[in-house]
Design a protein around this ligand. Structure first.
Ligand code: UT7
Length: 323
């Protein structure tokens, strides 16, 4: 019998410290109205000194485990999407494994920047469908503010810290294809890396570096690439945008979300928007938004979710799943 993975719980966490647009306007030449009009962002959260990506991931994971009614010992796979690891090595997922006290199994990181959660979900789902693991934590967690240049108004107003997680369970399944995690479409284009990158690295400069972005060029590619990915997952399944109960996009810029939703004919009331509350948290933004719509009671078991992301690399993708 074939295996299929199902989402059993979601969780998220935002650090306590809030940085408002008004506070940012005392640091760089910007205004609350510019940031809100161009991005939809009102505020972002910033990790405390000594608060690591793994700490944020653990908080989100604990909440997802509670929601799933599972204990850490039951988990045999952790796939953590992050661009801001605790250390160059070992993988931050192994720190999460140790801090949570999960069962014997594997824990590793996935690096696809803002698309990281979808790449991690596709990876975990594929391994579970093969029967290699039974219960997984898929996490997106970032301390993204640590790679920002706080003198660059074109980037520092856009990002924040946070984490989100889902618990997956693999079950023997001979029912409908249209259940649990349905399908993914993930892509990259390395020729566009100069439009969004960090100007440092272990083997290049020996420094951590800061985010550099040509925002308006990224914006144009984002709508095109994301729309193509959505079309690919819908075409593969035969589902249409009318079947979607909730659109849970990567939260980079409200104008991108609105543009994609319009192009895909997804009505406004089905679009989950949390970017206003936490800015772009890179790999954390999709599970943060998913947890938000689940915990608010709006999304119900069985609802069809369409998710998408686009980020540095370029990397982009879309996933379809039922709660
Ligand atoms: O998740 C990873 C993927 N990343 C993204 O999806 C980000 C994609 N890009 C964007 O979200 C938008 O391009 C931005 C929000 C970054 C910028 O919005 P835009 O409408 O594309 O503005 P722009 O870059 O064309 O800049 C317009 C003006 C410029 O001034 P001039 O040259 O017209 O005089 C900028 O210098 O806005 C200026 N500007 C700012 N003004 C006030 C740029 N940043 C700021 C700022 N405050 N923070």
């Amino acid at each position: 019998m074939a295996k299929r993975s199902f989402i059993r719980g979601t969780g998220s966490y935002l650090p306590e410290r809030v940085l408002t647009n008004d506070e940012l306007s005392t640091m760089v030449e910007t205004t609350d109205s510019w940031i809100q009009e161009r991005t939809g962002i009102k505020k972002r959260h910033v990790a405390a000194d000594g608060e690591l990506t793994s700490d944020i991931a653990v908080q989100a994971a604990r909440r997802a485990l509670d929601a799933a009614g599972m204990k850490p010992e039951e988990i045999d796979l952790i796939v953590l999407a992050t661009t801001t690891p605790d250390q160059t090595f070992p993988a931050t997922a192994t720190a999460v494994q140790a801090k949570l006290g999960t069962g014997p199994g594997a824990a590793f990181d996935v690096q696809a920047v803002c698309s990281g959660f979808l790449f991690a979900l596709a990876t975990a789902d594929s391994l579970m469908k093969q029967g290699l693991f039974n219960k997984a934590l898929v996490i997106g967690a970032e301390t993204f503010t640590r790679i920002l240049d706080w003198s660059d108004r074109g980037t520092c107003v856009l990002f924040g810290d946070g984490g989100g997680a889902v618990v997956l369970e693999a079950v023997e399944w001979d029912g409908a294809d249209d259940a649990g995690i349905i399908t993914h479409h993930i892509r990259t284009d390395g020729t566009k890396s100069d439009l969004l990158y960090v100007d440092g690295g272990v083997s290049s400069t020996g420094t951590i570096g800061h985010v550099r972005m040509e925002g308006n060029k990224v914006f144009k590619h984002a709508v095109t690439n994301i729309s193509a990915a959505i079309e690919a997952v819908l075409a593969e399944t035969g589902l249409t945008s009318e079947d979607i109960d909730w659109f849970v996009p990567h939260q980079a810029n409200k104008r991108i979300l609105d543009g994609v939703a319009k192009k895909m004919s997804i009505p406004e009331e089905k679009v989950v928007i949390t970017v206003s509350e936490h800015a772009n948290t890179s790999a954390a933004s999709i599970p943060l938004a998913l947890d938000h719509v689940v915990r608010s009671g709006r999304a119900k078991p069985g609802d069809l979710i369409l998710s998408e992301a686009m980020g540095g690399g370029f990397s982009w993708g879309a996933s379809l799943f039922r709660l």
